[in-house]
Design a protein around this ligand. Structure first.
Ligand code: NAP
Length: 448
């Protein structure tokens, strides 16, 4: 391929980065290198979207086509800040787009939060999604579990817990995760919100799916519906309230599992280590703020998953707004204080915060790419551009490639075939590394 006029680096191969690459690759004068710290592309599509949500995962098939373009490369196992720095990227590319998402979870800030049995939903999701960095999770001895938060992540973790494991045996879940879910003896799962059903951020399709899980009896604290004026609600919220009302009024004969929604309560303490009790305080709103009433109650639980939101992490050397947890930007152009940082851009959750579904990234990426292309037209290519991949090779560092990923994919399909499934995730680092190195020169690349 002749040297393209422009080279753009995208840091992060998740949905927002790939949508940006898709827009850029429509141009024949732009080549795109997509960096990721993992040897596997797709970010949250692979490691965040629940394994049983296959139609959302199908977006990955559409996004995979971006790699068909000869002008697009996948450079895996490259850790930003360790293997390449911001300065190196800025000398190697005419524009750099940060698309690293939000990798930390928020904390409740209550006593006992670090006890064994209290985890972030992020860790739990990473485990059942087969993320190579995930800690194995044990459900041994867990009878009652709580998801704190009333958003779609809480819905996901609650659904995985209440669903019949047989129904998950068709997904790409690793076999040891399925085995743990099969052995689990849960009886009750609680979803706890600090405000009312009319304030929950669930999307209705996801909530309905959870509430209609076969064999699961749903209850909603009846007081939760007090003071709700349906006519004053927007369409999504009204539909959510209707789903909850319907589910709590539906008899399930001989239920396998019980699912309880508790609203207007916030966690104030976890007792025991491992956790045995969750203390909840009743809440009320005062001028839009959630206040405790002082009235508490206790749930006996063995697992608490906080699903209260994510937060982006500062990238070394890159502007960051600690308060908002985002790289500050103007329509995707990174702002360093009040000034635009030349040739630096941002997309996805690290641009707008951890909100929105996969598709939200498309319009977000379009906005950022418009700025990139306008600036490239004005600034032109960098006169002193160096070939970063050559520079990395000169110091003995060879990123993993898209072909390496295809080998991982083929191995996952093979593993799936032996369990009569389309595919099964390979989650162990050593197996991923073996596959990455199968046809690569050079020594091992340490994960981290
Ligand atoms: P979210 O929608 O922002 O929900 C977070 C929940 O945590 C809210 O109910 C919030 O309550 C509550 N919360 C925050 N701080 C709390 C605290 N200190 N104590 C108790 N509760 C607290 O976030 P999310 O569920 O993490 O989802 C992130 C994004 O990913 C969302 O846009 C979501 O739609 C998307 N997502 C989509 C899917 C899907 O489409 N299937 C699946 C997963 C995630 P307040 O409202 O009172 O703050």
């Amino acid at each position: 391929m002749p040297e393209p006029r422009f080279r753009v680096a995208i840091v992060g191969a998740g949905p927002s980065g790939l949508f940006a690459a898709q827009f850029l690759s429509a141009r024949d004068d732009v080549a795109v290198d997509i960096f990721d710290r993992l040897p596997t592309p797709y970010g949250l599509l692979r490691y965040g979207v629940a394994p049983d949500h296959t139609s959302i995962k199908a977006v990955a098939h559409a996004l995979a086509r971006v790699f068909d373009a000869p002008s697009v490369r996948f450079l895996g196992m490259v850790h930003f800040g360790r293997d390449v720095t911001r300065d190196e990227l800025l000398t190697g590319y005419d524009a750099v787009i940060y698309a690293v998402g939000a990798s930390e979870d928020l904390r409740m800030g209550v006593p006992g939060e670090d006890a064994v049995g209290s985890r972030s939903a992020r860790e739990f999701v990473a485990w059942y999604s087969g993320h190579p960095d995930a800690e194995p999770q044990s459900l041994d001895g867990v009878r009652q579990a709580v998801a704190v938060g009333v958003g779609n992540v809480a819905v996901d973790v609650a659904r995985i817990l209440v669903k019949e494991p047989l129904a998950l045996a068709v997904t790409d879940m690793p076999e040891d995760v399925l085995g743990e879910l099969r052995r689990a003896r849960l009886t009750d799962v609680w979803v706890v919100g600090r405000r009312g059903p009319q304030h929950a951020s669930f999307t209705t399709t996801e909530l309905r799916e959870l509430c209609r899980t076969p064999g699961v009896a749903v209850s909603v604290d009846p007081e939760a519906f007090d003071d709700i004026d349906d006519d004053a609600l927007d369409r999504r919220t009204r539909a959510n309230v209707a789903v909850l009302r319907e589910a709590s009024g539906t008899e399930v004969a001989d239920p396998r599992m019980r699912l309880h929604f508790l609203f207007w309560r916030r966690p104030v303490e976890l007792r025991g280590d491992p956790v045995r009790e969750l203390v909840l305080e009743r809440t009320r709103l005062d001028d839009g703020r959630v206040l405790g009433t002082g009235e508490t109650e206790t749930l006996e639980v063995e697992l608490v998953l906080r699903a209260i939101g994510y937060r982006a992490v500062r990238l070394p050397g890159v502007a960051f707004d600690e308060k908002l947890g985002v790289i500050p930007s103007e329509h995707g152009r990174v702002l360093d204080g009040a000034t635009v940082a030349p040739r630096e851009y941002v997309v996805g959750w690290i641009k707008r915060g951890p909100i929105g579904v996969i598709g939200t990234n498309k319009s977000d990426a379009r906005e950022t790419v418009e700025q990139v292309l306008a600036d490239l037209a004005e600034l032109g290519p960098r006169a002193d551009r160096v070939d970063l991949v050559d520079a990395l090779a000169a110091r003995g560092f060879v990123p993993s490639s898209y072909d390496d990923w295809r080998r991982i994919e083929a191995a996952e399909a093979n593993r799936g075939a032996s369990y009569a499934r389309e595919r099964m995730k390979i989650e162990a680092w050593h197996e991923l590394l073996d596959l990455v190195q199968a046809e690569r020169p050079g020594g091992p690349i340490p994960p981290g």
